[in-house]
Design a protein around this ligand. Structure first.
Ligand code: ADP
Length: 613
């Protein structure tokens, strides 16, 4: 009876080996042990069958061959149990990471190997007896007893490891292990009680197959490994994004001082002409630096899938107008005509992420201005309306240096600048188009480039935006009024409080504000600010956000707890990544200013809150 089980097991283990090894699998310690278990099981079955064959063919049980077969079977059983113990151990402790884990497991493996050889020796040396019944013969005696004893210890150790690390086992969904350990205990007990049943090898093969369906399935393993790799990659990406946003914050603070003081210096009445030029160069260089900081931050956020599309109602005509104005500034003195053609069927109000749409178009307009020496730039916007969707088709065509056909594919690579030798005089980082392309993808749009080298290029972007009812109220804060404040506006005598934990930032803000004739007071913490407003009535407060102990946002909420407090509070922060303006306005701040302070934005704030007219 037992022999039939064994033969069946051997056949399906052979089939199983064929299927398992013809499939690719993950290479890790537990899978290696599993492979060893499969092979050992097959070898064990061969010896089982051999023993049976010898006996039924009348081989004397006291012959050397018979003795050898039985001893090998015993050793095989010890090897299997040791491998299983090692398997459980590895699975239980697989929380440890990488190199350290492998080194550790290797050490354990060497110990186990040494113990295994020692037991093999004992099992070989100790005597063995045979009990013969009607149709079977099975071994007993000291060699068999010691093997069962070792198996018992190994099983107990397996139970100990598995229970000790049960949490880890559960997290990795390895709970079928417990069932397997229990079945091994049962098998060993049953086999010991009814040695003529020859059940061990049959059950070990079943365990191998169950292990396959529960833990060792190569497909499941692969998915699991991929998941671990994905989580690690996401963590690394997050760390990179955090690092970059901290860097951006840190770089903005000194940059604020550089641009702020340069702006102030530029206004000095008796500044020599050469110094004025130098100051302008400093300002331009700071602007490029800020562009790089923002670009790197945008790229890292996009790659970490952290860049959100924030939709709002906006006026597209105003946006195109702003873009044309900015492009004119960028063209400067160059003999380039900017031709603007806006399709008038575009609805008055659209719903979409106007900051990102603007960033995309501004990038390609700026490039056109940068890479064109003379001629014209045509900025054309057409629309295609379908239901409540308006497809904006924006094209920017220039008569600039053009792009070689082979280079078109490289255009969107990060930090890739083409034709470097021809572009040495043109400022750039090679990030603009990489960001543009990703933003367009994020908004489910399309970007097409056509170019003739030496003649000019045409960039076409199409993005779908929802059509909003034309009477919908536009978010005023998004409609930044770029009107410049003339210095003779009546703000003299107004008082402002600047709250910032950084002395240099206070100095910059004070310097810029005093130019308007505003009285500036300052303090370096939220608590001091709360004290000051108790006794002094200011016309406006500029509040930094990231301050130790009490943040600007917390201070602001504390100020608002007083129902009589009605001084406008503007957040003035280096926390200037996309989405921050909306976040601060949602907190209740009256306006938002990013560091480094942009002169026009400051003009706007002063105009809005301090102008006596
Ligand atoms: P940057 O302008 O900062 O170098 P971009 O990513 O915006 O980076 O552009 C990448 C490269 O593509 C530029 O260095 C330039 O060689 C090329 N390029 C982009 N726009 C144009 C254009 N309108 N005409 C010619 N070349 C262009």
């Amino acid at each position: 009876m037992g022999a039939y089980f064994t033969i069946c097991s051997f056949v399906y283990i052979l089939l199983f080996i064929f299927f398992f090894f013809s499939k690719g699998s993950v290479v890790n310690t537990e899978t290696k042990i599993y492979k060893f278990l499969i092979i050992t099981t097959a070898i064990g079955l061969v010896f089982d069958i051999l023993g049976y064959f010898l006996y039924t063919n009348g081989f004397p049980i006291d012959s050397f061959l018979y003795f050898l077969v039985v001893k090998v079977e015993l050793i095989y059983f010890v090897a299997w149990i040791f491998a299983f113990l090692f398997y459980i151990y590895v699975i239980s402790y697989n929380k440890k990471s990488g190199e350290e884990k492998i080194r550790y497991f290797r050490k354990i493996f060497h110990y186990l190997l040494a113990i295994f050889f020692f037991i093999t020796l004992i099992a070989f040396v100790l005597p063995i007896d045979f009990i013969t019944t009607d149709n079977v013969v099975f071994p007993t005696g000291p060699a068999v007893t010691i093997v069962y004893l070792i198996a018992g210890i190994c099983i107990l150790l397996s139970i100990f490891f598995a229970l000790k690390n049960r949490k880890n086992i559960m997290t990795f969904k390895y709970s079928p292990l417990f069932a397997m350990i229990i079945s091994i205990v049962l098998i060993v007990v049953i086999q010991r009680m009814f040695p003529d049943l020859f059940l061990i090898n049959f059950f070990l093969s079943i365990i191998i197959v169950i292990l396959y369906f529960t833990i060792e399935n190569p497909d499941l393993k692969m998915i699991e490994e991929l998941n671990i790799a994905r989580v690690q990659a996401e963590k690394a990406n997050q760390a990179k994004t955090d690092f970059l946003s901290n860097m951006s914050h840190e770089i903005r603070t000194p940059l604020n001082a550089i641009t702020g003081f340069s702006e102030a210096l530029k206004e000095e009445p008796d500044l020599p002409e050469r110094a004025k030029e130098d100051v302008n160069d400093i300002l331009m260089a700071s602007e490029s630096l800020l562009e790089i900081v923002n670009g790197v931050l945008d790229i890292s956020k996009i790659e970490a899938n952290k860049l959100e599309i924030i939709n709002n109602n906006y006026n597209p005509y105003k946006m195109f107008n702003d873009l044309a104005t900015l492009t004119k500034v960028r063209i400067g003195e160059k003999p380039i005509e900017l031709i603007v053609q806006i399709d008038e069927t575009i609805p008055k109000v659209l719903y979409g992420d106007h900051t990102r749409v603007k960033q995309v178009i501004l990038n390609i307009l700026t490039n056109a201005a940068k890479y064109t020496k003379e001629g014209h730039i045509v900025f054309k916007v057409n629309s295609l309306i379908k239901g409540d969707i308006c497809r904006l088709i924006v094209s920017v065509e220039d008569t600039g240096i053009g792009i070689k056909r082979d280079n078109i594919d490289k255009l969107f690579n990060k930090f890739e600048r083409l034709d470097e030798d021809r572009n040495t005089t043109i400022e750039g980082t090679g990030l603009g188009l990489a960001i543009t392309k990703k933003l367009v993808q994020l908004m489910h749009g399309e970007l097409v480039v056509q170019s003739i080298y030496g003649k000019g290029s045409k960039f076409t972007v199409s993005i779908d935006q929802k059509i909003a009812p034309s009477d919908v109220k536009l978010d005023e804060t998004l409609e930044v009024n770029r009107e410049e404040l003339t210095k003779d506006k009546d703000v003299i005598g107004k008082s402002v409080l600047v709250v910032d934990d950084n002395k240099l930032n206070i100095k910059v803000a004070t310097r810029l504000l005093e130019e308007y004739g505003i009285t500036v007071d300052s303090c370096m913490s939220g608590l001091e600010c709360l004290e000051k407003v108790k006794s002094i009535k200011y016309d406006l407060i500029f509040m930094d956000d990231m301050m130790p102990k009490m943040s600007g946002t917390e201070t602001f909420h504390k100020l608002k707890e007083n129902p009589n407090f009605n001084t406008p509070v503007v957040v003035l922060t280096a926390n200037a990544i996309a989405g921050m303006e909306e976040k601060y306005l949602n907190e209740g701040f009256d306006s938002y200013l990013a560091k480094p302070i942009e002169r026009k934005a400051l003009d706007n704030v002063i105009n809005k809150y301090l102008n006596n007219e």
